[in-house]
Design a protein around this ligand. Sequence first.
Ligand SMILES: Cc1cc2nc3c(=O)[nH]c(=O)nc-3n(C[C@H](O)[C@H](O)[C@H](O)COP(=O)(O)OP(=O)(O)OC[C@H]3O[C@@H](n4cnc5c(N)ncnc54)[C@H](O)[C@@H]3O)c2cc1C
Length: 487
Amino acid sequence: MPPIPDVATVGDALSVVVPTWSDGAREVKTAVCWVRRDLRASDHRALAEATRAARQVAVVFVYDTTILGELNDRADKRVTFIHRSLDDLDLALKGRLLTAIGDPCAVIPKLAHELGAEAVFANHDDDPYALRRDARVKEELAKDGRELRTFKDHVVFERAEVATAGGTPFRVYTPYARAWRAQLSARDVEACVPDLEKVGAPTTQSARAGNHTLSDVGFQEATIWLAPGSTGAKSRLDSFLARIGDYGSLRDDADTDGTSGLSVHLRHGTLSVRECVRACLGAEGEGSSKWLAELIWREFFHMVLSQMPWVVNEPFQPAYHDVDWPGSQEHFERWREGQTGYPLVDAAMRCLNETGWMHNRLRMVVAMFLTKDLLVDYRKGEVHFAEKLLDFELSSNNGGWQWCASTGADAQPWFRIFNPVTQSRRACPKGDFIRRWCPELRDCDDEQVHWPHKSGLFAGQGYVAPIVDHAVQREKALAFHKAVNRR
Ligand SMILES: Cc1cc2nc3c(=O)[nH]c(=O)nc-3n(C[C@H](O)[C@H](O)[C@H](O)COP(=O)(O)OP(=O)(O)OC[C@H]3O[C@@H](n4cnc5c(N)ncnc54)[C@H](O)[C@@H]3O)c2cc1C
């Protein structure tokens, strides 16, 4: 693993560095800061830029009815997380947050017009829908002589900022990560500090002061397992930093709290990724370097999506274009409901369906089970995860699924197929996680719990029989992938 930049050098540089994040654009009297996947008031690039450029700034969040209209579940956990995080943001802004419900392409230009704001400031969102939306907002604002100014915030290096010597996108993680680390300087992770004194709460028709209620938005309160907002992110980061040294050894153990659990906060921007990287650079040891490597995976998949956006619909590897995956709908449904007869797969799927969360190692196990043991098209699993995950991030979800299905950038080789029972013994040695989510197996001992079928337990206690035989399916998967890669 390449070393992280020298901590002493970075630390020295941090104390003397002059802010460089401003683009030096012309000053304006009034600005709107439109927050989207950056629900915090500190270390916030667009808000810092807006308060630097303008004399007064209105901060607004729009409940985007196009996005919300596509959610099937009226008690979607993401909406509750966002709603509560906005309450937290409103507190941080001393009650000066504005919120609106509607189509941002109409709401934002109207709000800017009402406030006489010359510019709207926002952070980049590179998901295909958001890029189209922002282009329309920019067009609408321009009709009225107003600007949309956007900034990098969600990642440390975005788009084509880390590229090969020839200027092309990296297709493999390790050289990308090496280049990413070599390119990193203290300035890239410098905090962007907004002047909150400039944030006001003007009265307008298109947005209200404070947060809407969830029922205004058409949703119900859901139970979520983590504290929302920057307040929740801060305490989770602090508690993780106290145990970051153990990250390398515990990160694959699903029975313990070995990872940070910060992906939800990074996804919704209740935590700044720059703050995470600064914390990493300030911590010593193998654990922090390993954690930085995971943050770089996030940036790698972000780069892949932004530079090769067709991966949203098509496999990254051309060999897998136009392939008919032979898996059945019935097997997909059994996988989705956690009824495959493979305890770790079932426990993980039930946990996801109930909580919106799944440990990374288990995401790999269930994704590989669906695409290799059941030979179901990875896109079906990807869609299910997108509906359920509280940390759903298009780039990481697509990248993770294609990695497991062996169709993606720097994916698992196609002949690498996890044995779900061996994985279960490794990822859940004590079996507690399985017993919790598969109560049918609560009386199994630490060995039986990984494969109860040998002892005939499933018959007596209502646990399902395995829907496939892993050894048989493994041979089928090898033959399938071999044929695809020979075409
Ligand atoms: C099939 C599949 C689907 C996935 N879908 C998502 C998703 O929708 N959203 C998402 O944030 N992550 C996704 N991941 C990556 C990973 O599983 C989660 O980021 C991780 O489990 C979050 O837990 P944590 O915050 O405790 O991570 P930690 O281990 O503490 O890692 C720190 C941070 O690094 C990032 N990270 C870690 N691993 C990865 C990875 N493999 N790829 C990209 N970023 C990573 C996350 O932002 C994470 O919060 C997926 C992985 C797979 C295999």
